[in-house]
Design a protein around this ligand. Structure first.
Ligand SMILES: *Cc1c(COP(=O)(O)O)cnc(C)c1O
Length: 428
């Protein structure tokens, strides 16, 4: 079997002439799986169609953004309704407060929030606020967690940075990196030991409460609770980066699922309904330090953009309906059950991690719970698996170090077709 990619190849050569590296975000270049990136023509529901006419069940779903599937009619209606009234004013609108209120209802740790235009911007701003609030400079993160591409965070970051083997990037001043400490995910003792020594200098501890940028790693029992307890004891703020997990692992995000209350939360992806949005928020006592009420500066020309707010409101409204997360869990369970069966049948050295509608099949015997584990995967075999699945009509993330996302538009027939493809790709 061979995938037809003539038109994608043509567009790739065209893009390479005009875009840096041919893309606007590194993982799209397919460096980790080789071959030509597939150029997408259109998408609907659970499916992507590329320019050569190939159709795929999509497990990237814009990196989790499209939790309701592509081209959702309610989101489309909201966007077209807003578009006729102008697309940006640089002045306040009602929709911004409406979406903020909806988010607060889902995530009670947030009393005030601010919208920005991307997850990166949300994290960068939350960290500035944490530093401004505490008067401390150091930040603690966990290796393999990705928090966007801001300077202080590009230290042992996962995702694209991991895929490209550049855990920190040229252009990040050493002085910045010195204030960032990266510890092993799920290593409670290592964390406690560091905080015992230096906790009083730490402005914030930032974590993906479920790590989804080194493939999927679940927090071990007690890990998040230990972060909470130690942060409270040392006066460091605990930031949950819920850019992926917010409105994904449950309507209340990972903080709702695991019952841990962070001081600040960063959001993105899902809350924009497919348009560019980020947000960060927390208790009033911290958020009041943000300009114009306080002295920590942060601003944005397109922040709270009316189209993005309309799309976000439509998405959150739909996600608040009963049964949504039950359906996502059921789809995740069906996928897990099927994949485990294949692993057992072939006695394959693979590990499956899953929570709700997030999962990663790792090419390693496992169990896997941190970056050291992820880094031991057979990425060459993953690349073969990626292409074998693409040929069979399934679009997976083009890197072992990314997570698969199921949407509400993925029906049992999609999951079955995917499992059939996986059986052939893994066992034949
Ligand atoms: C995607 C992501 C970001 C960055 O968001 P962008 O919108 O890509 O800037 C930050 N944190 C996490 C956990 C993410 O998954």
């Amino acid at each position: 079997m061979k995938l037809k990619t003539d038109k994608s190849k043509k567009l790739w050569n065209y893009s390479l002439k005009h875009l840096a590296g041919g893309v606007n975000s590194p993982v799209r270049a397919f460096n980790a799986v080789g071959g030509t990136p597939l150029f997408i023509k259109e998408a609907k529901g659970s499916r992507l169609k590329d320019v050569d006419g190939n159709s795929y069940v999509d497990y990237v779903t814009s990196w989790g953004v499209m939790i309701l599937g592509h081209a959702d009619p309610d989101i489309q209606k909201a966007i077209t309704g807003a578009i006729g009234k102008g697309t940006s004013y640089g002045a306040p609108t009602e929709a911004e407060a409406v979406l903020a209120e909806m988010i607060k209802k889902a995530l009670p740790s947030i009393q005030k929030l601010r919208f920005v235009s991307s997850g990166t911007e949300a994290v960068m701003s939350a960290i500035r606020l944490a530093r401004g609030y505490t008067g401390r400079d150091k930040i603690v993160k966990f290796t393999g967690c990705y928090h966007g591409h801001a300077d202080s965070l590009l230290v042992k970051a996962g995702s694209g940075a991991a895929t490209f083997g550049s855990p920190s990037s040229p252009g990040v001043p050493a002085a910045f990196a010195r204030n960032t400490v990266s510890l092993e995910y799920n290593d409670i003792e290592g964390f406690r030991a560091y905080m015992k020594r230096s906790g009083k200098e730490v402005a914030c501890v930032i974590v993906e409460p479920v790590a989804a940028n080194m493939g999927l790693m679940l927090p071990e029992p007690g890990f998040l609770a230990a972060l909470r307890k130690t942060c409270t004891a040392t006066g460091a703020l605990l930031i949950f980066d819920e850019v992926i997990t917010g409105f994904r692992v449950g309507f209340g995000g990972a903080q709702g699922l695991y019952g841990i209350k962070p001081d600040l939360t960063t959001l993105g992806k899902i809350i924009g309904g497919g348009l560019p949005v980020g947000a960060y928020g927390g208790g009033k006592k911290i958020m009041k330090h943000l300009s114009p009420a306080g002295k920590v500066y942060q601003a944005g020309t397109l922040s709270g953009n009316p189209l993005a707010m309309a799309a976000g409101c439509a998405a959150i409204k739909k996600l608040s309906k009963p049964g949504v997360y039950k359906q996502l869990e059921a789809s995740g369970q069906a996928m897990e059950k099927g994949l485990r069966l294949i692993i057992r049948e072939g006695n394959l050295p693979l590990t499956l991690n899953r929570v709700g509608s997030l999962f990663t099949l790792f090419f390693s015997k496992g169990p896997l719970k941190d970056w050291t584990g992820a880094a031991g995967c057979d990425t060459k075999r993953y690349a073969d698996y990626f292409w074998a699945m693409a040929e069979r009509g399934v679009y997976l993330p083009p890197s072992q170090f990314e997570t698969c996302f199921i949407s509400t538009a993925h029906k049992p027939a999609d999951i079955e077709a995917t499992l059939k493809a996986a059986e052939q790709a893994l066992l034949l």
